[in-house]
Design a protein around this ligand. Structure first.
Ligand SMILES: Cc1cc2nc3c(=O)[nH]c(=O)nc-3n(C[C@H](O)[C@H](O)[C@H](O)COP(=O)(O)O)c2cc1C
Length: 197
């Protein structure tokens, strides 16, 4: 690449990074990514930095026909932590499982069987994998958002996804077409997060 190409790549990259924003799954509708696009999205995760090449995370896609199982798990998790939850609240929890056309759970693999790499390095790798997927979704013209919520950390979700003892669910990623835009919120100011030793 010559320097003009370099400059264009830099500007395109910066524009992509700074225009990405969290889009709530409530605001993501059809069409979602097709199978070729899904390959690219999931494949982008593999470009994350990974000290020791452990692949210390995995991705579990929740296809449309399995959303009802996730919805039941959300409703059960709510009931487990609040036995007074009303039927309407349980329905609301269940409905969250059906938002957005493409949904994937990101799981960190923190167990000793992968080696001695510190858990925080593995979490950084997982975070980079998430960001790669968010940016590729954005570059494809989709909106994408992360979601966690208290149910994520429940035993009910762990058993639905068959998580092993040292695995931690980190977040869901939802990808789809943006049905309602939001204003880009202010980002942190560089001077506030940067110092010099
Ligand atoms: C691990 C993780 C979990 C998140 N879970 C939620 C969530 O449950 N609900 C939500 O509205 N946003 C969630 N977010 C998205 C953040 O709220 C969002 O990134 C933040 O507001 C900054 O906005 P931006 O991504 O547009 O810069 C999550 C982000 C991360 C990193």
């Amino acid at each position: 690449m010559d320097s003009t190409d370099d400059q264009e790549v830099l500007e395109t990259t910066l524009a992509l990074l700074h225009s990405r924003q969290h889009i709530s799954p409530k605001r993501l509708g059809d069409p979602g990514p097709n199978s070729e696009q899904i390959e690219k999205l999931l494949g982008a995760a593999s470009a994350a930095p990974d000290h020791g090449r452990l692949n210390p995370w995995r991705l579990i896609v929740i296809p449309p026909q399995r959303r009802d199982r996730l919805g039941d798990a959300f409703a059960d998790a709510l009931f487990e932590r609040d036995a007074a939850a009303t039927e309407a609240q349980k329905q609301e929890a269940r409905a969250k499982a059906f938002r957005g056309p493409f949904l994937v759970l990101v799981v960190a693999r923190l167990g000793p069987e992968l080696g001695t790499t510190h858990p925080q390095e593995r979490l950084i790798s997982a975070g980079c994998a998430v960001q790669n997927m968010l940016l590729v979704a954005h570059a494809m013209g989709f909106g994408a958002g992360l979601s966690s919520g208290r149910a994520l950390y429940s035993q009910r979700i762990r058993s639905l996804f068959g998580l092993l003892a040292h695995e931690q669910p980190l977040c869901f990623i939802t990808v789809g077409s943006v049905t309602r835009h939001k204003l880009i919120e202010l980002r942190p100011v560089m001077a506030n997060y940067t110092s010099t030793l």
